[in-house]
Design a protein around this ligand. Sequence first.
Ligand SMILES: Nc1ncnc2c1ncn2[C@@H]1O[C@H](COP(=O)(O)OP(=O)(O)OP(=O)(O)O)[C@@H](O)[C@H]1O
Length: 231
Amino acid sequence: MRIINLKKKLGKFTIDIPYLELESGCIHGFIGENGSGKTTTAKLIADILKPDAGEILYDGLDSRSITMTAQKPYMLHTSVYENIIYPLKIRNIKPNEIEIDTMLKKYDLYEKKKQYARSLSSGEQQKLSLLRTLIFKPEFVIIDETLSNLSAESLELFENLILEIQKACCITWVLISHQPHIINELCDTVHFFANGRLIESGKKEQVFLYSQNPIVKTYVQRQVFGLLKER
Ligand SMILES: Nc1ncnc2c1ncn2[C@@H]1O[C@H](COP(=O)(O)OP(=O)(O)OP(=O)(O)O)[C@@H](O)[C@H]1O
């Protein structure tokens, strides 16, 4: 997918991206400070927002096959099970009950299968939102901070799931995250946003270790220092 001269104005904020390429079948990380334009760019890619100018060239991908998990997961007013099968239902796909039960058991949601989804904890809602996204095996997945609120154990399970799916199917991923260890473990490339602009794009080592951009350098140093302090 390629973005060319993309512009979008939201109030006083403007997205202005002359060029961004997201190679198919790779895991891409979007990083940058709060309010730098990561989610807005992702919404433009997912066709949730329309650009004011510029183009997104999907190169054969149907934009309807792009799914995006929101920062605050949206739960339908129904059970965990009904939430999980919703993407299948609207596509007239028969759910594979064994696969669903296995998934729910693996992610500790099986006992809550009939529970009202909105009564789950926020981390459980995030897990459910990720499973709901992955169940119909989309071609392009955007995960907006949905991994951030998970416990270390759940995070590891989901990281493994993403890598497993990645090996088996050729999905393109965009992970939006403030946590450099998630980006570092999963992503092939990193795209760094500041004030609505893409200021650095490349292989993660190139961006994390060798960027000469002062904004990127400060961000990386602060994040790494934060990680060291956590230990
Ligand atoms: N509908 C809107 N109207 C006006 N301003 C908006 C609208 N939507 C987003 N913005 C502004 O656009 C800017 C970028 O928001 P965006 O959610 O893309 O940032 P982000 O990089 O994803 O931030 P975060 O890391 O905090 O999630 C913010 O300053 C936000 O207030």
